[in-house]
Write a protein that binds this ligand. Structure first.
Ligand code: ASP
Ligand code: MG
Length: 500
């Protein structure tokens, strides 16, 4: 799926490409970009066409391979007899890619792959014997696709005569897997990378995404879809000038093009805007994965492998205020939870009790709203957690409900949140008016509204049945200029009179 705003291939780039022969650029390619031999060849051409002093390419596993590895480990642990077939199929796919890529020079790479797959078969055989799948083993197995993939691209570049080294991130990247995600041990990782670099000074490096080591030197991963994070981490470690995330769309769009066909591609976004859009489910890299780049002020460029001449979307610290709204997103599968009571008015601590009880029930709050009358407080939660959330409030306010100080705890299912995001709305009157006018004209009823004082995001909760209509109406409200047209009727007969 591509945006409708695809520029012709010869279009003037929105921002000049940084191509200085002194620059260090980190590129990251996901699984679809390296799905088969033909895609690897395309990626290599794209890389070779660029002039960069140091070019680091972080790759995912071939499309579907991570899932296949997880599946084969599960099959082996269940001692399902067909785990060997699944293993054979994976090996055949990688061998096939190597032969298709390297032709008569494939021998060494096929041998390398065979040795890796033999080792994998031993691990799987052991799983079949013990009959379970320890997480440590799953961590080792699920990241192998990246190891194979980096080898394939690296060998291919070498076969084209390029000085290129393959970096196995498990040799340098040290991370801590905590409850809130994966933290990088920057000092250790930088030291290991410096040592690796001394032995491998080549201008081109192909690195594995997704995989790493923990502080106890065990192989681990950065979590599913972790290769974007790998890209940002390596951009930081290599002190890169830019991080290019190559995907299958022309960049970030103003709205989901499956819902809003007239969505436009965005040339530039600020980090804040990108984070707001990502939190609300737009197809942007996740804020956490971008943090190593954001903290260093490193530009992130989202661009299309299938349309490499398109400049993509540049995400930087800069605020380009073109139009108040940059993007509109829709988050489905939510519910509105409302606590209402005359006894809440002017009583300190009610909000605290609401959120404490939700926290204790492990409910994450998506959106919050309370009017200044303090008569009710409302929050939006995930549909899957909604009943748990309601029960938590019923329990926490049981006493007040009994006394009639709280009249009701009410749950409205089937809610979506529409969010309008843009730095440009800060301090600018009329943005909310435009949004609500569009929704009003489309007959969309609003269940709740929230806008933080950063004024970067206006969120409205609506009935999910109206969500698509609401998104389209809001998009039209911001992106289509209001058109007036005049119709003249000359000598009105029957039809003209009826029209008038
Ligand atoms: N291959 C890994 C996954 O599918 C990591 C990635 O592609 O980002 O989750
Ligand atoms: Mg992926």
């Amino acid at each position: 799926m591509s945006s409708v705003a695809v520029l012709p291939a010869v279009a003037e780039p929105a921002a000049p490409e940084l191509r200085a022969a002194t620059s260090t650029i980190v590129h990251k390619f996901g699984g679809t970009s390296v799905a088969d031999a033909e895609r690897y060849r395309h990626v290599a051409q794209l890389l070779l066409a660029r002039e960069e002093a140091v070019q680091v390419t972080v790759v995912s596993a071939m499309k579907g391979v991570t899932d296949a590895l997880i599946a084969v480990a599960g099959l082996a642990a269940d001692d399902a007899p067909h785990w060997r077939d699944a293993w054979h199929a994976l090996r055949a796919r990688h061998r096939g890619a190597a032969v298709a890529l390297l032709g008569e020079h494939a021998g060494q790479t096929v041998e390398w792959l065979d040795a890796r797959f033999d080792h994998l078969a031993e691990v799987l055989g052991a799983l079949a014997v013990i009959g379970e799948l320890p997480v440590e083993v799953l961590d080792r197995v699920q990241g192998l696709g990246e190891v194979y993939s980096a080898q394939l691209l690296g060998q291919y570049l070498q076969s084209l005569g390029e000085a290129c080294a393959v970096l196995d991130a498990r040799d340098v990247l040290v991370v801590d897997r905590g409850e809130l995600g994966v933290d990088v041990d920057w000092v250790q990782s930088a030291q290991r990378l410096a040592r690796w670099r001394e032995a491998h000074p080549s201008p081109r490096v192909v690195a594995t995404g997704f995989v790493a080591r923990d502080r106890r030197d065990r192989i681990t991963t950065l979590g599913r879809n972790g290769s974007d994070y790998s890209g940002a981490i390596f951009a930081a470690l290599f002190n890169a000038d830019e991080l290019h995330i190559w995907t299958d769309v022309d960049g970030v769009l103003s709205a989901d093009p499956r819902v809003v066909p007239e969505a436009v591609q965005l040339d530039a976004l600020s980090y804040d805007e990108a984070c707001e859009l990502a939190y609300f489910g737009a197809k942007v890299v996740h804020p956490q994965t971008m943090s190593p780049a954001i903290e260093r002020g490193l530009p992130i460029i989202i661009r299309n492998t299938f349309n490499p001449l398109h400049p993509g979307t540049r995400i930087t610290a800069e605020r380009t205020v073109s139009g108040p709204i940059k993007g509109l997103t829709l988050s489905p599968d939510l519910a509105v939870l409302n606590l209402e009571g005359t006894g809440l008015i002017g009583v300190p601590g009610t909000a605290e009790r609401v959120f404490a009880s939700l926290r204790n029930a492990h409910v994450s709050v998506v959106m919050i709203s309370q009017g200044s009358s303090e008569h009710s407080i409302c929050c939006v939660v995930k549909q899957a957690e909604a009943v748990r959330a309601r029960d938590a409030l019923l329990h926490a306010f049981a006493h007040e409900l009994n006394l009639g100080q709280v009249q009701r705890v009410q749950l409205t299912d089937n809610v979506s949140v529409l969010a309008a995001v843009g730095d440009g709305m800060a301090g600018q009157p009329g943005v909310a008016a435009r949004l609500f006018e569009s929704l009003g004209r489309a007959q969309v009823n609003i269940l709740a509204i929230a806008q933080g004082s950063s004024e970067r995001n206006i969120s409205v909760a609506v009935d999910s049945r109206h969500a698509t209509k609401a998104l389209r109406a809001a998009h039209a409200g911001f992106w289509l200029s209001p058109q007036t047209f005049s119709v003249g009727v000359i000598g009105p007969g029957n039809v003209g009179a009826a029209l008038l």
